[in-house]
Design a protein around this ligand. Structure first.
Ligand code: HEM
Length: 533
């Protein structure tokens, strides 16, 4: 089992616990224990004695078994595997793992639901996380994506508002699972930038039949940078070899009752049976000079680049071929971070991406108990790590020498400079303009792409979307929220709005000019050229 070039597997061996069957039970200090069924007491029925260190240690360790679950994406399932490029992408990126088709890079992938807690059901209507850690020879690269190509908000400052609206209500922690509740729909109806992702959420894409049959998307526009320092905008796509398949709503609900672990069991069993799931990695590439040639802003994470405009170019494949050995150690403790990039892959000014680059490390500092979680086996790079960072909770490295730079006395890691440097260099981008707090006008069309999505659906897919809106919105108590949401849908497509309105007891909206009938772009982005955007 496993891939030949799996340096990650070799590295994990070093962290394996002693085989528990190889000898008698011990304490954490390695002292053999003769009895673990009764605590030490004074006499037959007397008080338990403090001196019973095994008893105290056993309870203490049990008491501390839980760590905070992820604030979002708490429920997940993971697997190891490998990635290999089809051919060299050196024309666009200097990333070593994308330049040499003979190199297999080990990966760990975690799939997740977003809203529910760690113990919730798999087959709820929700976005699915699709996060990949590439253990490359140049350090870890994390592609922290979802199974929708767009997100609900444009600016990360809205993330806490959005998640508070999505999560169960604060007074009674109801509902969990289905997203049907007043706070979510209130937020949606007041924040129409959510509409495109909401269309995806009401579609069958939100109830995947299997993680093995799910697309993944990097969502943001990222940047490839080649050896000459030339940047190219890039959107990442994972396409499953098994095709994209969904459950229908009734099946999804039945699965929740019969087998809440439906998706994670499916992934686990397939890998155990040797039916290794596989995805193709594709990229949409946009030359920097074409930044403003679209009728939407490339920095707006609520927009896709239509594939008719920029085709997806396949660049490699990923196979998952090994289940983790310990759910907590690996799937729970894995820490993905959008800012974990390698030379050749860089950011853009997408304000959602910029927020994520802050948030992941920040939350992991508390979730994983301090700054040393990158030393955990699942997070540890296979590339050598040499830093001047020291100490902190759970330090498990025995560092040697001094730890500062510049340093003439020996020790301390120098920064690597020079023309042939293999170090990460940040992409040079001109930024100018005054400090502002407002959304770019190029982010203001919220209806054209939901309409594009709606128009791309077949009749039965449209029916499922209408039924989903009726089911979810029909549970909202506040009539004003129902009506306000339908008003937005009316700007997407008249038929959609009328069909939804009829099912949830709100007045049918007046005929209005809908985005689905508009053919011309709402905005010219040409005006933004040279605006530091
Ligand atoms: C998990 C924040 C948007 C995909 C998380 C976590 C946080 C977070 C705090 C928990 C991480 C942990 O405990 O290790 C944010 C913020 C966002 C945002 C602030 C917007 C500003 C997105 C978007 C995507 C995404 C747009 C998809 C492109 C994921 C995934 C995970 C995750 C896949 C789970 C990672 C795992 O499996 O451990 N996010 N997120 N998030 N987020 Fe986001």
């Amino acid at each position: 089992m496993g891939s030949p070039a799996d340096r990650k597997q070799e590295q994990r061996e070093a962290f394996r616990a002693v085989d528990p069957a190889s000898g008698p039970l011990t304490t954490d200090q390695g002292v053999e224990v003769d009895h673990t069924d009764d605590s030490l007491a004074a006499g037959e029925r007397g008080p338990t004695l403090m001196e019973d260190f095994h008893f105290r240690e056993k309870l203490t360790r049990f008491d501390h078994e839980r760590i905070p679950e992820r604030v979002v994406h708490a429920r997940g399932a993971g697997a190891y595997g490998y990635f290999e490029p089809y051919e060299s992408c050196a024309e666009f990126t200097r990333a070593a793992f994308l330049r040499d088709p003979s190199v297999r890079t080990p990966v760990f992938v975690r799939f997740s639901t977003v809203q529910g807690p760690k113990g919730s059901a798999d087959t709820v209507r929700d976005v699915r996380g699709f996060a990949t850690k590439f253990y490359t020879s140049e350090g870890n690269y994390d592609l922290v994506g979802n199974n929708f190509p767009v997100f609900f908000i444009q600016d990360g400052i809205k993330f806490p508002d959005f998640v508070h609206a999505v999560k169960p209500e604060p007074h009674n922690d109801i509902p969990t699972g289905a997203s049907a509740h007043d706070t979510l729909w209130d937020f949606v109806s007041l924040q129409p930038e959510t509409l495109h992702a909401i269309m995806w959420l009401m579609s069958d894409r939100a109830i995947p039949r299997s993680y093995r049959m799910m697309q993944g998307f990097g969502v943001h526009t990222f940047r490839f940078v080649n050896a000459e320092g030339r940047g190219t905008f890039v959107k990442f796509h994972w396409k499953p070899k098994l095709g994209v398949h969904s459950l229908v709503w009734d099946e999804a609900q039945e699965c929740q009752g019969r087998d809440p672990d439906f998706n994670r069991r499916d992934l686990w069993n397939a890998i155990e049976a040797g039916e290794y799931p596989e995805w193709e990695l594709g990229v949409q590439l946009v030359p920097e000079e074409d930044e403003f040639s679209f009728d939407f802003d490339l920095l707006d994470a609520t927009k896709i680049i239509p594939e008719e405009q920029v085709p997806v170019r396949p660049i490699g494949r990923m196979v998952l071929d090994r289940n983790p050995e310990n759910f907590f150690a690996e799937t729970e403790q894995v820490a993905f971070h959008t800012a974990n990039v390698v030379p050749g892959i860089d950011f853009t000014n997408d304000p959602l991406l910029q927020a994520r680059n802050f948030s992941y490390l920040d939350t992991q500092l508390i979730r994983l108990g301090g700054p040393n979680f990158s030393q955990l086996p699942v997070n540890r790079p296979v590339a050598p790590v040499r830093t001047n960072q020291r100490d902190g909770y759970h330090q498990s490295t025995i560092h040697r020498g001094t730890n500062y730079f510049p340093n003439s006395l020996g020790g301390g890691c120098p920064a690597h400079a020079g023309v042939d440097s293999t170090a990460f260099t940040h992409y040079t981008e001109r930024v100018d303009g005054a400090k502002i707090r407002r959304r770019s006008p190029s982010f203001q069309d919220h209806y054209s792409q939901p309409a594009l999505f709606w128009n791309s659906m077949s009749d039965w897919e449209k029916q499922h979307i209408v039924q989903a809106f009726r089911f979810e919105l029909g549970k909202v108590d506040a009539r004003t929220v129902r009506a306000r949401t339908v008003e937005h849908l009316a700007k997407v497509d008249g038929e959609l709005a009328v069909e939804v309105a009829r099912g949830i007891g709100v007045p049918e909206p007046e005929a209005t000019e809908t985005a689905s009938k508009l053919s011309s772009p709402a905005l010219s982005l040409e005006s933004l050229r040279g605006n530091g955007s």
